[in-house]
Ligand binder design. Sequence first.
Ligand SMILES: NC(=O)c1ccc[n+]([C@@H]2O[C@H](COP(=O)([O-])OP(=O)(O)OC[C@H]3O[C@@H](n4cnc5c(N)ncnc54)[C@H](OP(=O)(O)O)[C@@H]3O)[C@@H](O)[C@H]2O)c1
Length: 336
Amino acid sequence: MRICILGASGLVGRAMLSLLETQPWLTADPVLLTSARSAGQEISFRGRALVCREVGPDSFDGLQLALFSAGGGTSLRWAPVARDAGCLVVDNSSAWRMDPDSPLVVPEINGHLVGRGPGIIANPNCSTIQIVMAVAPLDAAFGVRECHVTTLQAVSGAGQAAVQELERQSRQYPDHGPGDVFPRPMAFNALPAIGRQTGDGAYEEESKVLHEMRRILARGEDLHVTCTATRVPVMTGHSAAVRLVCEKPVDPREAAWVLAAFPGLVVTTDPYDYHTAREAAGTNEVYVGRIRRDPGTARGLLLWVVADNLRKGAAWNAVQIAQTAAAAASGAAPGA
Ligand SMILES: NC(=O)c1ccc[n+]([C@@H]2O[C@H](COP(=O)([O-])OP(=O)(O)OC[C@H]3O[C@@H](n4cnc5c(N)ncnc54)[C@H](OP(=O)(O)O)[C@@H]3O)[C@@H](O)[C@H]2O)c1
């Protein structure tokens, strides 16, 4: 299978490259695509220096798979071109997530939606992925009616420029002056504002969690979701405090067993135990801890959910989809 990465010079693109180095189904070097800014830049892959090229109309000829992580506008422009050239596009931006013809996939939950032919598959938002990984098995076991979330999101979720802005502000604190990426000082601060305002009092990130979670779980308004999304001065790794209300009473120990049996989750059963963003950074798993009863209702459950936003929140989920597509194309079982 011949593949490209559009956005190869970015944080997610580099994470995908690093994960692809060990994928046995990938025998040819990936084509690295960027804007004109990074064209000519060399990036190491399996010990060889690959050169980035500017994306153009012929970039996708002869390829079967295109991994996109270059923003929504770039994706809207180039994903149809790649699909029409015969590629299965796996897109990390929000451009195609609500498109009815583009499945929104978390492989552990709805990997059966990955087809083998040309098309566009959307990778969900980074916070949505880690939250829905914990909610899906509990929904299957106990019937989740309500999901209330507060996220604490790392700056790398906003890209390379955001990481540089936090590094600079931290070095120059408190005299760092205004930034370009975040609306207010990010160093030693917490900002309850991610993405554009949606006009109903929410920010874009909060409505993404609502709509994407319903779509992945094939649920409608019967699943009540609220989210307050915050940005915190963490480099990598999103955390989320989650409160669920189920159809029936939930025993926290039973919930922990259900979660522990689900692929891709690492579960701490002691209600006082947990993982942190720094521990999750650089790993592919989603960590669920602080599992405890809601003191207000026997149907309620409280969780702490942590994952690497660049890995399971983006690059690893995309590589898992690629892995599934490669297995389907070769007629093998996924992961074989
Ligand atoms: N960071 C996360 O945790 C995360 C999680 C989930 C989804 N995502 C999504 O993944 C995408 C990339 O995020 P990132 O964090 O990797 O951002 P980033 O570090 O800012 O990298 C952006 C990449 O996109 C390329 N690019 C930008 N404009 C382009 C254009 N007009 N044509 C071609 N290439 C262009 C850049 O190339 P140049 O070097 O040439 O500028 C760079 O390779 C975004 O859509 C983001 O929403 C990110």
